[in-house]
Design a protein around this ligand. Sequence first.
Ligand code: FCB
Length: 455
Amino acid sequence: MDNKPTFLWGVATSSYQIEGAVAEDGRSPSIWDTFSATPGTVLRGATGAVACDHYHRMPEDVALMAELGIDVYRFSIAWPRVQPGGSGPVNPAGIAFYDRLVDELLANDITPWVTLYHWDLPQELEDAGGWPNRDTAYRFADYAGLTYDALGDRVQQWTTMNEPWCSAMLGYVVGAHAPGRQDARAGMRAVHHLLLGHGLASQVIREKAAAQDRLDGLEVGITLNLGVATPASDSAEDKAAARWEDGLSNRLYLDPLLRGEYPADIATKVAELGSPLPVQDGDLAVIAQPVDVLGINYYSSRLVRSTPVGDNGWPTPEAVDRDVERTAMGWEVTPEALTDLLLRLEREYPGPDWYITENGAAYDDQPDANGYVDDTDRTNYLRSHIDAALAARAQGVNLKGYFAWSLMDNFEWAFGYDRRFGIVRVDYETQQRTPKRSARYYADRIAAHKANEAG
Ligand code: FCB
């Protein structure tokens, strides 16, 4: 591993957002197929049925990545392709796609980085109770093992879950994401079972790797969406609101994973509210498996103030607008907070290698006649956030890499195709890909960083 760069540059995508081909080669429906087919859930009734048609255009998309000069590609695997229905043996035709993808990446000198779960739960498992059901965690570990069996000879980077906060809170509490339930109790059960699934899957992957003498270079971890919640004032109420938000979105995941315990303030409060974390003996030891890599998805941070507690008793901190630019998602552009976040993580949770596994922005792109987008806004966003990440690294944070979200425009969940995060434009009529200005910027930035490190 002599020539391994000390900082890796990548792009990220996820299966349901780009693949399409939802009924091909034995794939079974996922909760996102069901949810997006339900009227009123996704903007303009969009679905991932075709998306970027990546399933049929994969070599072209890998070639695009090679042109950018990236080191590593973070993609996710569709569980319902590999193990239709979420149980039983591997589906050879489904895993074959990822087999080809991994080979194509390696042939282009790009390291494959697998995310096992980026939200496309097999619908059958949701019908059996979904993440609020403890058994789903064991099903997930089984699927992780099947996938490792197929790809572990070539893939060393394994992320179990992408953003369990989103799966639990948006999926089961708020209902804005699949499966669209609105049940706080189910949400807290989902939190615990997602984390348990992570721990069980990490164990399976390490056991299998050890049995095949492949531990050297293996990196197992999880990706969380993290941010900074700053109190809007010095009042005790606003400070408590910020602490609650930090607890529910950051510490509820970081503490069990990296310290082996749930944050007492949050665990106690959610139990009081009738939504306890369903912890059984030994669970926390399973959850707190060694984390080689903690991935951070960073988009924005919030200034928060307290609001009166609503009927259900849950604190609901409210964002206070700052006078800063916003992206097309309405998210404030807050790169300085990324530096603060990384410094805090290194200080309070030292140990893992940190990677920014997603960072990027949606803007209202205006293509010219050739499909080219002169996205200075997205370019500036990337520049300021890469600067912020490298500033933390220069101050001693063990940050090992950065991934732009996303390689190309794609199905942005409840916003369908109306929000574009790509550094490459996708014309959904023709499936034509056209690198935007931000793609050129990113390629140049990577090349300059490498030249600098080499010199
Ligand atoms: C993250 C998701 C990713 C993408 C970005 C914009 O929360 O992980 O799939 O939708 O947001």
